[in-house]
Design a protein around this ligand. Structure first.
Ligand code: AMP
Ligand code: FE
Ligand code: FE
Ligand code: ZN
Length: 288
């Protein structure tokens, strides 16, 4: 028997707010000793084809996405992220929702830039869009513009309360999380709640919501993530156990936009096998 496979089910490329292209991402995944990697760009499947075309021998690719969702059970509604694996990238309703969210991100990005400019901060929306290189635009791209302008020195600082974390934060038009879970399942995919207890990133949702989502098709919870404390990881595991959900661990790699490395957190083979088994086979795991 060889050693247990190393499985990282949450990474970003330049198709959203990562800094490695999809081809570079899968090569880097192989080089860092992973056996399975999922590409999960925000609200897009644009990285799937180039990642697949560059897939190194011995690496398996799980095609996925991280959907920008919102729970409307509190005022103001709480943003949250849903990982979706192995869904049909041509499912019309899901495709339409993703396109709508990407358009809303552009509109919101432009409004954030207008707020900054109104305060005399010289950042350019066209430069920020160019920096996103056709991928899903997000606050990390605006953060880069603040760094280029010498206003902050790190992405983390750009997400502080004086900048994109609060003063210049605007909500975007996300997908209702119940609708998102149903659309992912209808598209043959497997939905997993990303970093559900990451309180250091913002507001979190109550366990009752997670129970309600489990009842309509949520498959799992991401427990091992750099934004979870050990106590938060333990809480997520216990909740998953109680609700019969699978548990994942992943890096949420974003290239140089974050410090975390590929494979910094990994998923147990049993949980991975459950995801593959629950997928309806429209999009298969690809083997290099
Ligand atoms: P957006 O999708 O435009 O709302 O921006 C959120 C993205 O910014 C997340 O997907 C992360 O990649 C990144 N992000 C969020 N919070 C932070 C933070 N505190 N420091 C660095 N990056 C962050
Ligand atoms: Fe991101
Ligand atoms: Fe996320
Ligand atoms: Zn992510």
């Amino acid at each position: 028997m060889s050693a247990a496979p190393r499985i990282d089910l949450h990474t970003h490329s330049t198709a959203s707010d990562g800094t490695l292209g999809p081809a570079e991402l899968v090569r880097a995944a192989a080089e860092s000793g992973l056996d399975v990697v999922a590409i999960t760009d925000h609200d897009t499947t644009a990285g799937w084809a180039p990642a697949l075309a560059a897939l190194p021998a011995g690496l398996s690719l799980v095609r996925g996405a991280e959907l920008s969702c919102r729970w409307y059970g509190e005022e103001p509604p709480v943003p949250l992220h849903l990982l979706a694996y192995l869904f049909d990238p041509d499912a019309p309703e899901l495709v339409a929702e993703l396109a709508r969210v990407r358009a809303a991100r552009e509109e919101r990005g432009e409004r954030i830039v207008a707020l900054l400019r109104a305060d005399g901060i010289d950042v350019s929306w066209s430069e920020i869009l160019a920096g996103a290189a056709g991928g899903t635009v997000g606050r990390p791209h605006i953060a880069q513009a603040l760094i280029r302008a010498g206003l902050v020195t790190t992405t983390t600082e750009a997400f502080g309360p004086d900048w994109l974390g609060e003063r210049y934060r605007l909500p975007k038009e996300d997908i209702d999380v119940f609708r998102a879970v149903r659309l992912v399942r209808a598209a043959g995919g497997v939905p997993v709640f990303a970093h559900p207890r990451a309180s250091r990133r913002g507001r979190i949702v109550p366990d009752e919501l997670i129970a309600d989502l489990a009842a309509i098709g949520l498959a799992g919870l991401e427990a091992d993530h750099e934004d979870h404390s050990p106590a938060e990881r333990a809480h997520v595991r216990a909740l998953a156990d109680e609700l019969g959900l699978l548990v994942t661990g992943s890096s949420d790699f974003h290239g140089t936009h974050k410090t975390v490395r590929l494979g910094a957190f990994t998923t147990d083979p049993e949980a991975y096998e459950r995801i593959v088994a629950e997928a309806r086979g429209v999009t298969e795991v690809a083997s290099g």
